[in-house]
Design a protein. Structure first.
Length: 221
């Protein structure tokens, strides 16, 4: 039987976790805590984790949590996964980090919620562990009205204090082990689709790019 090695990274959260799975079972795992320096803190535990693989072994796939969460952490994790994938000749699959939460994976219907800043809140509906639509960004009144239409648990990564007091929700967090379970829960066709989709950080809003006001050094001829 061919050995199926999967590396799973969840670096979009402060308490980052890394996991190496062999044929769907946890083989080794590691963790580290980092607020804003994931690009420095990730590599020592990652190198130690990968060193536990047999010398002739190769990864079959890499699964990465893409957020929402720390934008820097998600980008560092994605870039690292892509570099490792080139060495191992495998592909990278990105999963919304909320998919690694038991309350979402284990319920037919659930939704992820949080403070989207700028006077708005976000809502992401999940069905059978996967999100079907982009995040909804709503002001408080519309947010509360929309929530009333969603059955099942409501999960947030933040302190519930950041949300309107009328909401009954659970504060949870994503882990590499949770993402592995979410990956194994997917059908083969869903896995293939994810592996063929370019991996990028999970945006609540389209990325804002500010154009430089400086004049170009060279004039166009």
């Amino acid at each position: 039987m061919t050995t199926d090695w999967i590396l799973t990274l969840e670096t979009s959260v402060t308490n980052a976790t890394l996991l190496l799975a062999k044929n769907g079972q946890v083989f080794a795992q590691s963790s580290f805590t980092s607020e804003r320096s994931q690009e420095c803190d990730l590599y020592a535990p990652l190198q130690d984790l990968l060193s536990k693989m047999p010398e002739d072994a190769r990864l079959s796939a890499i699964v990465i949590g893409t957020g929402p969460g720390s934008y820097n952490g998600a980008r560092v994790g994605i870039a690292t996964a892509q570099a490792i994938a080139q060495v191992h000749h495998c592909r990278v699959a990105g999963l919304c980090s909320f998919e690694g939460v038991p309350e979402i994976l284990e319920n037919e219907n659930a939704c992820a919620i949080g403070d989207a800043r700028r006077g708005a809140y976000f809502l992401i509906p999940f069905m059978n562990g996967g999100h079907q639509t982009p995040p909804q960004l709503l002001e408080e009144e519309a947010f509360l009205k929309a929530l009333a239409n969603y059955p099942g648990p409501k999960v947030t990564f933040e302190s519930p204090d950041r949300l309107p007091t009328a909401i009954d929700c659970t504060q949870s967090h994503s882990t590499a082990e949770g993402l592995l379970k979410a990956w194994l829960h997917r059908s083969e066709s869903e896995k293939e689709a994810l592996l063929n989709t370019p991996t990028e950080a999970f945006y609540l809003r389209p990325p804002h790019i500010t154009k430089s006001k400086k004049k170009p050094l060279l004039k166009k001829s």
